[in-house]
Each structure stands twice: as structure tokens, then as C-alpha cells.
Design a protein around this ligand. Structure first.
Ligand code: TXE
Length: 480
């Protein structure tokens, strides 16, 4: 499969003519060639976005809302294609790609179409004047997205950016370009205005960096690793670009002594191993009240052991491959490190080679549970971003809160208790942007999404996305 850049409504090769391999991590096979774009390609895309901006921003919000609904409708008609493509590009199970990636990519467009309708205009009246607070588009925005939820996270940014009147230069992860290409094809099919959305494929330090540096791109919305987030901030900050940084996490799943342990065990397993633990919201540390530790852990292990690892094409698979051989080696190296740090493997801990011959080169890792690690060990403080979870005891809620807040991250967490007001009070003391009580990844798209510390800066979601992708002006009109 040959993938092209989508610039000014045309599918074109990179100026360098150089291409990169795109690999299916479950089979290890090359499945596509994508552009190895550079700053010339980003300049072309930015020029197209600049030229398209006046007509796009001149549309009424209702006309842009209509376009979002048309995109959602067109994506829905090809949702199975999206799911299959995403599963092939990421190694995630087809069921997960349907339920999460494809469904959410469509609902992101639908949600922002209806949420933008409800946006209220603000006025401040004085004795002799009225202030009208209006929102204008930021201009040409740069969207840089990661490989774990490719179209889900790209659409999460494209939809609000469009509805607020911006035009776009987007770079998906070089490891998962295919569904961004499906979006481009869909826009082409519905005759979406040329140049409004431009997709440039390529490497982060080359094509991504060019987006950060281009003077005509006035805002950057980035989701990815914390280390890259620092590069984004360092490059775009001094250019005074608006920045939204959704970075890594090392989230805690906290099991209080009054939790329903069967419910909590299943919830903790889902939070730990969904998408092979490759979601920034995953609960990669399980903190358990010492009083119930010995009853909870066997239930948790049983819930994890029931998860089927294997062929992503199989409907019954719960855990597919991780994103790449390199990432598999990184995750396996953390499992080795855990052993050196005094950890004990309570379940898993090894690479899995499915018996199916077509998967023998795939990057599959067993869901892995590690006990006995200190809360300040490297494995319990660094983001592994794979199917690995560490278990820790606590003797009091105070200690649990200290342990929860002890990492450099502050994105999400979940608390399990049969006393929900106790759970809410506990959640208020956790330094994270997103907390769940007796659930996980239960998402209302109107809510603010994002974290603190090394998990990033800013929030997206609902009004927070619409506000990020717009600039405020206050117009004060003196009464006649
Ligand atoms: O992120 P990267 P990756 C974390 C997780 C994972 C780590 C790396 O810890 O192991 O990030 O994952 C582009 N200038 N998360 O490799 O490298 C890159 O091409 C501009 C958490 O996905 O940050 C890709 O499009 N762009 C995260 C995007 O940045 C650059 C989800 C993300 O790549 C660039 C995924 C540069 N210099 C990973 N270097 C979450 N919060 O959900 C890279 N890129």
C-alpha cells in the first residue's frame, strides 16, 4: 500500500521522494510505504492551509457544523474499514478497534458538532457601554498525534479545530499512518474544501519538528511522550504559539479496604491491560489496602489470566501485540529491571509467540503483574506504556494518597470503594487531572481531559477544546 501526503486536496509524494516502511506489529510484515516528509512538505501544507483559511473561517458556525456531521456520516459508513485498518496498523484486537477507535473517531466529530452549537456568547454590560466577548479562530493549527489511539486522538483534535474556523496541518505517528489516510480519503470523497485539512506523514524529528518551527502555524496540539513534549514546548514556546500538551502517565488504581473485590479486580485488570497497557490513562500501579491484599490479589490475577492474548483478527482476543518490536524490547527490559529491583513476577513476564505461523514475528507480551517493588523503584515511577502493572500495599488512606502522588506524573487514576462519598473525598486529594470512582475510561466528552506535572499542560474536551482552538476578542461598544 502506498500512502501519500494529503495537501491542498491532492494526494502527493514527498518532495524528497523518500518513503518509510509501515509495519504491522502483529505479523512483523511491511504493510505500507509512507512519505518521509521534510520542511518543504510542511511548508507546502502550511501554505495550503493559509490560503484556505479565509473562506473556511468565513463560513458560519452552522455551515462548519454541517461539515462535521457529513464527515461523521462518511466515517460511519466505513467504520469497519477503520477498525480493520487500525487493528492492522497497531496490532490491537479488532474488537477493541471497533468498540473504541472507530466508534470514538466518529463520535468525536458528532460530539463537537453538537457541542459547538451550545457555545454561549458572553457580554458584559456597563452603564454606558456593552462588552462583546467573541471567539475567533487561532488560524493554521499544527496537530501531532501518537500511535496508541491513532484516529481516535487525531479526530479528537481535528473536529474542534475545524468547527472553530481553523485550518490544519496534521502529522500522525509514523508508526500508525493508515487511518489518518482513511480520513484524508473520506474528506476527498465528500468534496471537503481543499487545503482546510492537510496531512503530512513522516518522522517526528523531521516532519514533526518542521510543524513546530513553522512561523505560520500559530497553535500546536500535541499528544505523545513527555520527552517529546519537552521538545515541543522548547521549540514552540519561544514563538508564543498556543500549546496543548497531553503527555504520559503513571496512573494509580487504588483499592480501598471496603471495595467490592470482585468488581475491583475486573476493573483494575481492564484499567491495566486495555490496548496492551498502551493508553496514557492506564492504571499501571495498583495500590491495595494491606488488610485486603491477600484476598484481592488472587482475584486480580484470575481476572488477568482470563484475558486472551493473541491474534488481533480474532473476535475473542483481549490483548494483541504491542506497537513495535522496539517497544516490545523496551517493555521486556523493564520486566528484567523489575527483577533486579527486587520485584516478584506474580503473573506473565514473558514474550508470547502465538502458535499461528503468521504471528511468529509479532510483538506479543503476556500481561504481567509484578509484586514486591518499592513505590519509588524505577518500574513503579517510570512510564512503561505496556502490559505491565506493579502491586503495592498501603496501611492507611493517608499513605495511599502519598504513594499515589509520588510520581512525576499526574494524569488519571481510579478509586474502588463501596462508599462513593469516601471515594470522591479521596479523589480530591489526588494530584491528577482525571479521576474515576468505581469505573475506568468512562468518558463524557464535555469534561476536561488532561493532566499536571509531567502529564502535560492544558485541557482538551468540551469547551476546553473549543477555547483552545479559538482566540478571544473583547469589543467594547459605547452606548449611543
Ligand atoms: O510518542 P512520541 P510515541 C508515551 C509513552 C510512549 C512514549 C513514546 O511513554 O512510550 O510516549 O511514544 C511526534 N518534533 N505516550 O513514540 O515520540 C511523533 O512522530 C515534533 C503517551 O508515540 O512522543 C508522533 O507523531 N514531533 C501518549 C508524536 O510526536 C515529534 C500516547 C508522538 O510521538 C518529535 C503515546 C519532534 N521532535 C505515547 N518527535 C499519550 N499521552 O497518550 C516525535 N514527534
Amino acid at each position: 500500500m502506498q500512502i501519500y501526503n494529503y495537501i491542498n486536496g491532492e494526494f502527493i509524494l514527498p518532495t524528497s521522494g523518500k518513503m518509510l516502511d509501515d509495519i504491522n506489529p502483529a505479523t512483523g510484515q511491511i504493510i505500507a510505504q509512507i512519505p518521509d516528509s521534510n520542511n518543504d512538505d510542511v511548508a507546502k501544507a502550511t501554505m495550503a492551509a493559509k490560503r484556505a483559511l479565509p473562506n473556511w473561517r468565513a463560513l458560519s458556525k452552522d455551515e462548519r457544523i454541517n461539515w462535521l456531521n457529513k464527515i461523521a456520516q462518511a466515517l460511519e459508513e466505513r467504520s469497519e474499514d477503520i477498525a480493520k485498518t487500525e487493528s492492522m496498523d497497531t496490532g490491537k484486537p479488532i474488537g477493541l478497534a471497533r468498540r473504541v477507535d472507530a466508534a470514538r473517531s466518529i463520535s468525536n466529530f458528532r460530539f463537537f458538532a453538537q457541542h459547538a452549537k451550545q457555545q454561549i456568547e458572553t457580554e458584559f454590560t456597563m452603564a454606558d457601554a456593552t462588552n462583546y466577548v467573541i471567539r475567533k479562530p487561532v488560524g493554521v493549527v499544527g496537530l501531532i498525534t501518537p500511535w496508541n489511539l491513532p484516529l481516535y486522538l487525531l479526530s479528537w483534535k481535528v473536529a474542534p479545530a475545524l468547527v472553530m474556523g481553523n485550518t490544519i496541518v496534521a502529522k500522525p505517528s509514523e508508526m500508525t499512518p493508515l487511518t489518518a489516510n482513511l480520513l484524508a480519503q473520506t474528506l476527498d470523497e465528500i468534496k471537503f474544501p481543499k487545503g482546510v485539512v492537510n496531512i503530512v506523514h513522516g518522522l517526528g524529528p523531521r516532519a514533526g519538528q518542521a510543524i513546530l518551527e513553522h512561523p505560520d502555524i500559530t497553535a500546536i496540539s500535541f499528544t505523545g511522550g513527555t520527552e517529546t513534549g519537552k521538545i515541543v514546548a522548547r521549540t514552540a514556546g519561544p514563538m508564543f504559539k498556543k500549546l496543548s500538551l497531553e503527555l504520559g502517565g503513571k496512573n494509580a488504581t487504588i483499592i480501598l479496604d471496603d471495595a467490592d473485590l470482585d468488581v475491583a479486580a475486573k476493573g483494575a485488570a481492564k484499567a491495566a491491560f486495555t490496548n496492551s497497557g498502551q493508553v496514557c490513562l492506564c492504571g499501571s500501579r495498583v495500590l491495595i489496602d494491606a488488610k485486603i491484599y491477600d484476598v484481592f490479589v488472587p482475584k486480580f490475577i484470575a481476572a488477568v489470566a482470563a484475558m486472551k492474548v493473541g491474534n488481533p483478527d480474532d473476535e475473542s482476543t483481549d490483548i494483541g501485540s504491542v506497537i513495535s518490536q522496539q517497544h516490545m524490547e523496551k517493555v521486556l527490559s523493564y520486566i528484567e529491571l523489575a527483577k533486579q529491583e527486587g520485584g516478584r513476577i506474580a503473573y506473565g513476564g514473558q514474550r508470547i509467540i502465538p502458535e499461528q505461523s503468521s504471528l511468529c514475528h509479532g510483538s506479543f507480551i503476556s500481561p504481567t503483574i509484578i509484586e514486591n517493588l518499592a513505590i519509588n523503584s524505577r518500574c513503579a515511577t517510570e512510564e512503561i506504556f505496556g502490559p505491565v502493572v506493579t502491586l503495592h500495599r498501603f496501611d492507611s488512606d493517608i499513605q495511599a494518597i502519598e504513594m499515589t502522588n509520588s510520581t512525576q506524573y499526574g494524569l488519571a487514576g481510579s478509586i474502588w470503594t463501596t462508599n462513593t462519598s469516601r471515594g470522591k473525598e479521596f479523589a480530591k486529594q489526588v494530584d491528577s487531572g482525571i479521576l474515576w470512582v468505581n469505573t475506568w475510561l468512562h468518558r463524557d466528552l464535555r469534561t476536561p481531559f488532561g493532566g499536571v506535572k509531567n502529564s502535560g499542560v492544558g485541557r482538551e474536551g468540551g469547551d476546553w477544546s473549543l477555547n483552545f482552538f479559538s482566540e478571544l476578542s473583547n469589543i467594547c461598544v459605547k452606548d449611543d
